[in-house]
Design a protein around this ligand. Structure first.
Ligand SMILES: Nc1ncnc2c1ncn2[C@@H]1O[C@H](COP(=O)(O)OP(=O)(O)OP(=O)(O)O)[C@@H](O)[C@H]1O
Ligand SMILES: [Mg+2]
Length: 253
């Protein structure tokens, strides 16, 4: 179980006044407007919002893959706006290279930044059991189950050498049983690795089970509209949980 989020001075990542629009067929649509966000060191925050509200766009901005029209992103108070390589980003699609085996896929971020491959291999060998991948280092993606592929993608994201992970619906493509197993596993591994996580999910139960805090987003334009402190609710009875679930669902129907 996560501890309560630490005090304000340990904010690790912050987005301020973000606006993002896209030009599509000669018309501009504003996807994100006046977006402010922060996360503390070691905190687990889930983002829930209707499809198309800009959740993936927001994670891409945090990861530096695209640039905001306005606003800035700070990691440990350093401006990283539009700069990649600072945060571990796992896109909505796992994007494992089909011709590379598990080990080679996980080594990719180290190759990209010309890191020490032998040292990385040693670290990966040590982490494979924790990720349930001990017997799969030499398998190609098509030889792995969906759940195992997501574990490979997650370990690869972790090998980006960052303690902040941005996970875009990492479990969405899995059947409900595998998904439930991986949720339990994810919770455990996040605690063991002491990472900070931003998770985008459509699954309210998943968000409640894993998060210290849930941030709800609206659409057109996408912005954060409500923050729910889950950590403060731990230990409360099931009724509170059910009410919370109904409240979140109600906001989007
Ligand atoms: N490169 C792009 N060019 C034009 N429009 C884009 C681009 N990327 C995203 N959009 C639009 O921005 C909006 C937000 O997209 P985004 O993928 O961030 O939504 P989302 O909240 O992640 O949705 P979902 O829950 O379905 O994954 C959508 O209307 C999408 O069509
Ligand atoms: Mg998305």
């Amino acid at each position: 179980m996560h501890t309560l989020p630490p005090s304000d001075n340990s904010i690790i990542l912050e987005a301020k006044g973000i606006k993002k629009s896209f030009l599509f067929r000669n018309s501009i649509s504003v996807v994100l407007e006046a977006v402010d966000f922060h996360i503390h060191q070691g905190e687990f925050v889930s983002i829930i919002g209707p499809s198309g509200c800009g959740k993936s766009t927001f994670l891409e901005l945090l990861a530096g893959i695209s640039k905001p029209d306005f606003g800035q992103i700070f990691l440990n108070q350093e401006d990283i706006t539009g700069r990649t390589g600072y945060l571990g980003y796992m896109p909505q699609d796992d994007l494992l290279f089909p011709w590379l085996n598990t080990m080679q896929n996980i080594l990719l971020p180290i190759r990209v930044r010309s890191g020490d491959i032998n040292q990385a291999k040693q670290i990966i060998e040590e982490l494979l059991p924790l990720f349930g991948l001990s017997n799969h280092a030499h398998h190609l993606p098509h030889q792995l189950s969906g759940g195992l592929r997501q574990r490979v993608a997650l370990l690869r994201t972790y090998m980006c050498s960052t303690k902040v992970l941005l996970l875009d619906e990492p479990l969405a493509s899995l059947d409900s049983l595998t998904r439930a197993q991986l949720q339990t596993w994810l919770k455990e591994i996040v605690r063991k690795l002491n990472v900070t996580v931003i998770l985008v999910t459509h699954d309210i139960d998943e968000a409640i089970a894993l998060s210290d805090r849930i941030e709800l987003m609206s659409k057109d334009p996408g912005t954060f509209i409500q923050s729910i402190n889950i950590a403060a609710m731990r230990g409360k009875d099931d009724t509170t949980r059910l009410e919370l679930k109904a409240m979140i669902r109600g906001m989007f129907i």
